[in-house]
Design a protein around this ligand. Structure first.
Ligand SMILES: NC(=O)C1=CN([C@@H]2O[C@H](COP(=O)(O)OP(=O)(O)OC[C@H]3O[C@@H](n4cnc5c(N)ncnc54)[C@H](O)[C@@H]3O)[C@@H](O)[C@H]2O)C=CC1
Ligand SMILES: O=C(O)[C@H]1O[C@H](OP(=O)(O)OP(=O)(O)OC[C@H]2O[C@@H](n3ccc(=O)[nH]c3=O)[C@H](O)[C@@H]2O)[C@H](O)[C@@H](O)[C@@H]1O
Length: 437
């Protein structure tokens, strides 16, 4: 079986590599020549645990190939997965331009029947727009080639993408033809051996399912961040509250962690796009408006705590920032809370010393040059007045606190992810501040 995946980013590369790993003949396409050249040499454009091994193994076996040309790779293909970006436009809606470009290209060059699978996160109705775009291109060529659409939104998490793709909780597929269903069934059967389920539905429902899933998860996070603020004001502890409510199976334990706000390339943009979709349909999604507002506030919370601790006078203070990626196990810094914090600290006149185990190179593209880039946690804390833990990488969990204390000028720790034991740190002589505790 032969498929093409267009867009070789976090989703496209994982999709292509995992399909190749179960025996499918996959060609991954990207317009970024540098990315494609690197991949041919085994250099991955992203950090994702376990991905390199799968990419290299399948490239060597020639089941996985890379190209910048979709045109030359559409022959004998049964499905084309569209996995290009759909970032926010200025008004918050999803930018469909990259997806439409790919649709035009497919219409201009497809030879035989194939299924066009939308894997990018796209607003409801997009598959119809893609279908029309392809049909128009076929009409211009004066050819009559049949094709079907499928919506197959992706639910993987960065940092756990391989496991999420290989053993998914569920695979959602929207189709409106038996032929497309048959092809999607064949492609995904290898991932269903342990009883994992494909949920079939109509195409608009599949498109909406993706947004609703991300919006629900973002809502849980903003809800907990809001309760965390109230915990601090009333003397409760959000960690106990989380344990208390998470034990109710109707609520569940996951995605209840208060922190510095959700970041990443998806929750922020997908919440925005869903709000916009609501407005376009004369329906205000008031819960999501609150979710977004709370998140914007939460991203400022560590700065507010640090600023208060130093009585509003951060000029000349040195702050060590631990973690730059929007979450652990990724180098992705898109909409990362650490960038918001670092910028605010710099603006207030503080010296900012930063370290992240893998996201330093990515962060350099976004962060002001005046931060000091350090090689490890110990270097960041040299003469620091305070530490701000923003990303809960494993290696930040149990550092040598006495060494850290001896290297620091001050003794304040601001724990943006509630990973430290406050009692232990107080005993070790630190002033400790968490979120909602
Ligand atoms: N990052 C994630 O964890 C997840 C992302 N998604 C969705 O998947 C989509 C892709 O997201 P990412 O993989 O993060 O994006 P990304 O930005 O990492 O990768 C997109 C790739 O598409 C390429 N591209 C753009 N236009 C192209 C064209 N015309 N032809 C060929 N390649 C083209 C870009 O050069 C880039 O390499 C988005 O809609 C996103 O919302 C869904 C689930 C998870
Ligand atoms: O559409 C997408 O791109 C993906 O978005 C999220 O995945 P991802 O953004 O990679 O990472 P998450 O683990 O969901 O974390 C997102 C943000 O929420 C924060 N978070 C997460 C969980 C929590 O309890 N509290 C919390 O603040 C994280 O720190 C991070 O900043 C979803 O979890 C995926 O299912 C989805 O496919």
């Amino acid at each position: 079986m032969k498929v093409v995946v267009v867009g070789t980013g976090y989703v496209g590369l994982v999709t292509g590599a995992c399909l190749a790993d179960v025996g499918v003949d996959v060609c991954c396409i990207d317009i970024d020549e540098h990315k494609i050249e690197g991949l041919k040499q085994g250099i991955l454009p992203i950090y994702e645990p376990g991905l390199e091994e799968i990419v290299v193994r399948n490239y060597k076996k020639k089941r996985l190939t890379f190209s910048t040309s979709l045109t030359e790779n559409l022959k004998d293909v049964e499905a084309v997965f569209i996995a290009v970006g759909t970032p926010s436009t200025e008004d918050g809606s999803a930018d469909m331009q990259y997806v439409i470009d790919v649709a035009c290209e497919i219409g201009r060059h497809m030879q035989d029947y194939l299924v066009v699978v939308t894997k990018s996160t796209v607003p409801v109705g997009s598959s119809e727009i893609i279908r029309k775009t392809i049909s128009t291109a076929l009409q211009k060529r004066n050819v009559d080639i049949a094709f079907d659409m499928a919506s197959n939104p992706e639910f993987l998490k960065e940092g756990a993408a391989i496991k999420d793709f290989m053993s998914p909780d569920r695979i959602v597929i929207g189709v409106d033809s038996d032929k497309a269903k048959e092809i999607m069934d064949t492609l995904y059967k290898p991932f269903l051996l342990n009883g994992y389920r494909i949920i079939y539905m109509d195409i608009p429902s599949a498109e909406m399912t993706k947004y609703a899933a991300n919006a629900m998860l973002a809502t849980r996070i903003s809800f907990m961040n809001d309760i965390a603020v109230l915990c601090e004001l009333t003397g409760a502890n959000i960690n106990h509250v989380r344990n208390g409510i998470g034990s109710d199976p109707r609520i569940g334990k996951k995605f209840l962690y208060a922190g510095t706000g959700y970041g990443g390339s998806c929750f922020p943009k997908d919440v925005k796009a869903l709000i916009k979709m609501g407005m376009e349909n004369n329906h205000r999604l008031r819960i999501l408006e609150a979710v977004e507002n709370i998140n914007d506030e939460q991203k400022k919370i560590l700065f507010a705590k640090i600023n208060k601790y130093f009585d509003g006078n951060l000029a000349g203070k040195t702050i060590a920032v631990w973690g730059l990626a929007f979450k652990p196990n990724t180098d992705d810094v898109r909409f990362a809370p650490a960038l918001v914090l670092s910028d605010a600290l710099l603006k207030a006149g503080a010296h900012v010393r930063v370290f992240d185990p893998v996201a330093m190179e990515e962060a350099k593209k976004h962060l002001h040059d005046t931060v000091t880039w350090c090689n490890d946690v110990y270097e960041t804390v040299e003469n620091a007045d305070a530490i701000a833990l923003v990303t809960e990488w494993n290696e930040f969990r149990l550092p040598d606190w006495s060494r850290i204390k001896s290297l620091m000028k001050g003794n304040a720790i601001f724990d943006g992810r509630n990973i430290y034991d406050d009692v232990m740190l107080h005993k070790a002589g630190f002033d400790y501040f968490g979120i909602g505790i």
